[in-house]
Design a protein around this ligand. Structure first.
Ligand SMILES: Cc1cc2nc3c(=O)[nH]c(=O)nc-3n(C[C@H](O)[C@H](O)[C@H](O)COP(=O)(O)OP(=O)(O)OC[C@H]3O[C@@H](n4cnc5c(N)ncnc54)[C@H](O)[C@@H]3O)c2cc1C
Length: 276
């Protein structure tokens, strides 16, 4: 099995932290033995921050099977969002267009984070999830009913319960899908910081009925910079890495923001970004 040391910017879109060893299992039995050693998985790293030190990570980039049968699309956990969007344009169906423009995300990460935007989220289309259960080492399946009961706003039972190896989605025919994808990309270009900046998307979850970006903005964090990290001027909930920020700087700016928002607004902000 391949194993190599990768830089933080190869592993995550924000590029915080230090280089980390990564194993790339070829199949389920290799993945099972890595899980037994207590190693954890990273997807595209688009909602993840690396700590400065830690055990090796697992990448599922070899788990990229795609099967479309009728209205069911089964995707390996390592399939990228951009690959699915290409398939949507080619076969004219609706699925992940609300996330178009999000860089590097993979199916495993989209499921684990129950990613969402514009009033839609992954669980709305998720039919079943196959995962390698940490406790038993078996491949288990979550059905639609269990998904509806356990997936919440930007959270799911994963990765705590196990590693998603594949997920099946219900797709809906859509002749105007290419135009919809273009429209969403244009909307993101207007609302979000430019795609080439190093960021992990939303830093904090939106507290119930509130906007984390608005709270941060009202507490003076739009454009606020601490060492190498800065809350974006375009969207205050997006943290931008302007240099080679270590993990300690990430903790520092996040805690500074949390404390001030708690003091001024009485709201506890919860991280959306996952520390791996
Ligand atoms: C510019 C930008 C815009 C964004 N916009 C949005 C948005 O509109 N809406 C939104 O919801 N998110 C958004 N994000 C965040 C991010 O793209 C999503 O959270 C995405 O789902 C993360 O997928 P990933 O593969 O990159 O996961 P990672 O960031 O690699 O991992 C995230 C978490 O998922 C876990 N994980 C990854 N793969 C697996 C697996 N196979 N099994 C179990 N657990 C796994 C990791 O351990 C980690 O805890 C944005 C990010 C960026 C950079």
């Amino acid at each position: 099995m391949k194993a190599e040391v990768r830089n933080p910017i190869e592993l995550t879109t924000i590029g915080v932290g230090a280089p980390r060893k990564v194993y790339v299992p070829e199949n389920l039995s290799e993945l099972r033995s890595l899980l037994k050693e207590g190693l954890r998985v990273v997807g595209g790293g688009s909602n993840a921050v690396l700590s400065d030190e830690g055990p090796p990570l697992i990448s599922l980039e070899k788990f990229r099977d795609v099967t479309l049968s009728g209205d069911l699309l089964r995707l390996g956990a390592g399939v990228t969002l951009s690959c699915v969007l290409r398939l949507q344009r080619k076969n004219k169906f609706s699925l992940f267009e609300f996330l178009s423009g999000v860089p590097r995300a993979t199916v495993g990460g989209l499921v684990a984070q129950n990613a969402g935007a514009f009033g839609r989220e992954i669980k709305d289309f998720l039919y079943s999830v196959e995962y390698l259960d940490i406790e038993s080492g078996e491949v288990l399946r979550l059905n639609r009913e269990e998904i509806l009961n356990s997936f919440k706003y930007r959270s799911s039972p994963f990765p705590e319960r196990g590693v998603v190896v594949s997920a099946t989605f219900k797709v809906v025919p859509d002749d105007s899908i290419s135009e919809k994808i273009k429209r969403i990309v244009n909307l993101r270009l207007k609302k979000h910081p430019p795609f080439y900046l190093k960021t992990a998307g939303s830093t904090f979850k939106n507290p119930s009925g509130l906007s984390a970006g608005k709270l941060l903005d009202e507490c003076g964090f739009r454009g606020f910079k601490l060492k190498n990290l800065k809350f974006s001027e375009v969207h205050a909930n997006f943290l931008i890495n302007e240099g080679g920020a270590p993990f300690s700087e990430f903790l520092e700016i996040v805690e500074t923001a949390r404390e001030k928002v708690k003091g001024q607004k009485g709201v506890d902000l919860e991280l959306e970004v996952r520390v791996v």
